[in-house]
Design a binder for this molecule. Structure first.
Ligand SMILES: [Zn+2]
Length: 149
Protein backbone atom coordinates (compact mmCIF):
# COMPACT_ATOMS: atom_id res chain seq x y z
CA UNK A 1 0.00 0.00 0.00
CA UNK A 2 2.89 2.29 0.86
CA UNK A 3 4.55 1.52 -2.45
CA UNK A 4 1.31 2.14 -4.30
CA UNK A 5 0.90 5.51 -2.56
CA UNK A 6 4.41 6.43 -3.61
CA UNK A 7 3.65 5.33 -7.15
CA UNK A 8 0.58 7.56 -7.30
CA UNK A 9 2.51 10.47 -5.84
CA UNK A 10 5.13 10.10 -8.58
CA UNK A 11 2.39 9.81 -11.18
CA UNK A 12 0.75 12.98 -9.91
CA UNK A 13 4.00 14.93 -9.89
CA UNK A 14 5.03 13.83 -13.38
CA UNK A 15 1.47 14.43 -14.57
CA UNK A 16 1.64 17.91 -13.13
CA UNK A 17 4.96 18.66 -14.78
CA UNK A 18 3.78 17.14 -18.06
CA UNK A 19 0.61 19.22 -17.91
CA UNK A 20 2.64 22.34 -17.21
CA UNK A 21 4.95 21.67 -20.13
CA UNK A 22 1.95 21.01 -22.34
CA UNK A 23 0.31 24.24 -21.25
CA UNK A 24 3.53 26.13 -21.87
CA UNK A 25 3.77 24.60 -25.33
CA UNK A 26 0.17 25.54 -26.08
CA UNK A 27 0.59 29.09 -24.85
CA UNK A 28 3.79 29.42 -26.83
CA UNK A 29 2.32 28.29 -30.10
CA UNK A 30 -1.43 28.71 -30.12
CA UNK A 31 -3.14 32.04 -30.67
CA UNK A 32 -6.70 32.28 -29.57
CA UNK A 33 -9.64 34.31 -30.90
CA UNK A 34 -11.48 35.72 -27.91
CA UNK A 35 -14.68 36.42 -29.82
CA UNK A 36 -15.06 33.01 -31.47
CA UNK A 37 -13.35 30.92 -28.76
CA UNK A 38 -11.23 29.01 -31.26
CA UNK A 39 -7.55 28.84 -32.10
CA UNK A 40 -6.27 30.83 -35.04
CA UNK A 41 -4.77 28.93 -37.95
CA UNK A 42 -1.30 29.62 -39.21
CA UNK A 43 -1.54 30.85 -42.79
CA UNK A 44 1.72 32.62 -43.64
CA UNK A 45 5.30 32.16 -42.62
CA UNK A 46 8.05 34.27 -44.13
CA UNK A 47 11.71 34.05 -43.16
CA UNK A 48 14.54 36.32 -44.17
CA UNK A 49 18.21 35.96 -43.34
CA UNK A 50 20.75 38.74 -43.23
CA UNK A 51 24.41 39.40 -42.50
CA UNK A 52 23.81 43.09 -41.82
CA UNK A 53 24.60 44.57 -38.43
CA UNK A 54 21.81 44.29 -35.88
CA UNK A 55 21.42 48.08 -35.83
CA UNK A 56 20.65 48.19 -39.57
CA UNK A 57 18.10 45.43 -39.14
CA UNK A 58 16.51 47.27 -36.24
CA UNK A 59 16.10 50.39 -38.38
CA UNK A 60 14.32 48.30 -40.99
CA UNK A 61 12.15 46.74 -38.32
CA UNK A 62 11.14 50.25 -37.28
CA UNK A 63 10.03 50.95 -40.87
CA UNK A 64 8.18 47.63 -40.84
CA UNK A 65 6.44 48.63 -37.60
CA UNK A 66 5.43 52.02 -38.98
CA UNK A 67 4.02 50.40 -42.09
CA UNK A 68 1.89 48.13 -39.92
CA UNK A 69 0.48 51.19 -38.19
CA UNK A 70 -0.17 53.30 -41.26
CA UNK A 71 -0.66 50.96 -44.22
CA UNK A 72 -2.45 47.68 -44.94
CA UNK A 73 -0.48 44.73 -43.48
CA UNK A 74 0.39 43.44 -46.95
CA UNK A 75 2.62 46.51 -47.40
CA UNK A 76 4.61 45.60 -44.30
CA UNK A 77 4.77 41.94 -45.33
CA UNK A 78 6.09 42.74 -48.80
CA UNK A 79 8.57 45.21 -47.29
CA UNK A 80 9.78 42.37 -45.09
CA UNK A 81 10.06 40.06 -48.12
CA UNK A 82 12.10 42.55 -50.15
CA UNK A 83 14.24 44.39 -47.61
CA UNK A 84 15.07 42.05 -44.76
CA UNK A 85 17.54 39.81 -46.58
CA UNK A 86 17.68 36.51 -48.41
CA UNK A 87 15.53 33.41 -48.17
CA UNK A 88 18.53 31.17 -47.43
CA UNK A 89 20.91 31.19 -44.50
CA UNK A 90 24.35 31.57 -46.08
CA UNK A 91 26.91 33.30 -43.83
CA UNK A 92 24.10 35.08 -42.10
CA UNK A 93 23.78 35.71 -38.41
CA UNK A 94 20.32 37.21 -38.07
CA UNK A 95 16.92 36.09 -39.14
CA UNK A 96 13.50 37.69 -39.02
CA UNK A 97 10.38 35.64 -39.20
CA UNK A 98 6.87 36.86 -39.91
CA UNK A 99 4.05 34.52 -38.98
CA UNK A 100 0.41 35.31 -39.66
CA UNK A 101 -2.42 33.44 -37.96
CA UNK A 102 -6.03 33.88 -38.98
CA UNK A 103 -9.37 33.04 -37.40
CA UNK A 104 -11.47 30.90 -39.75
CA UNK A 105 -14.71 32.26 -38.36
CA UNK A 106 -14.38 36.04 -38.06
CA UNK A 107 -11.26 36.61 -40.14
CA UNK A 108 -9.30 38.44 -37.45
CA UNK A 109 -5.58 38.07 -38.11
CA UNK A 110 -2.57 38.07 -35.87
CA UNK A 111 0.82 39.00 -37.25
CA UNK A 112 3.94 38.27 -35.31
CA UNK A 113 7.50 39.18 -36.24
CA UNK A 114 10.48 37.77 -34.36
CA UNK A 115 14.15 38.55 -34.70
CA UNK A 116 16.55 35.72 -34.01
CA UNK A 117 20.30 35.34 -33.78
CA UNK A 118 22.17 32.33 -35.11
CA UNK A 119 23.89 30.29 -32.40
CA UNK A 120 25.03 27.40 -34.60
CA UNK A 121 24.31 26.05 -38.06
CA UNK A 122 20.94 24.75 -36.97
CA UNK A 123 19.86 26.72 -33.95
CA UNK A 124 18.43 30.18 -33.59
CA UNK A 125 17.73 32.09 -30.46
CA UNK A 126 15.16 34.85 -30.17
CA UNK A 127 16.45 38.30 -29.26
CA UNK A 128 14.63 39.63 -26.21
CA UNK A 129 12.16 42.49 -26.62
CA UNK A 130 12.18 42.41 -30.41
CA UNK A 131 8.82 40.72 -30.97
CA UNK A 132 6.31 42.75 -32.96
CA UNK A 133 2.67 41.83 -32.66
CA UNK A 134 -0.18 43.27 -34.71
CA UNK A 135 -3.86 42.28 -34.74
CA UNK A 136 -6.03 43.29 -37.67
CA UNK A 137 -9.28 42.61 -39.45
CA UNK A 138 -9.25 42.34 -43.24
CA UNK A 139 -11.82 45.11 -43.74
CA UNK A 140 -10.12 47.74 -41.61
CA UNK A 141 -6.67 46.32 -41.85
CA UNK A 142 -4.69 49.40 -40.88
CA UNK A 143 -6.50 49.88 -37.61
CA UNK A 144 -4.83 48.29 -34.69
CA UNK A 145 -7.44 46.43 -32.69
CA UNK A 146 -5.86 47.48 -29.44
CA UNK A 147 -5.51 44.06 -27.91
CA UNK A 148 -2.85 43.58 -25.34
CA UNK A 149 -1.32 40.56 -27.09
ZN1 LIG B 1 -12.68 34.81 -34.54
Amino acid sequence: MGDLGYFYAVLQITGFIGGGAMLFWLLKDAIYCDECSIDLKRCTIQERYTSEPLRTLQQKLQVFKNKLKTEPPIAAISYHAKEMGTTKAVDTHLRTRVIVHKCDRCGVSHLQCDTERSISNKYWSGLPLTRIIHWYKPENSHNDLDRSK
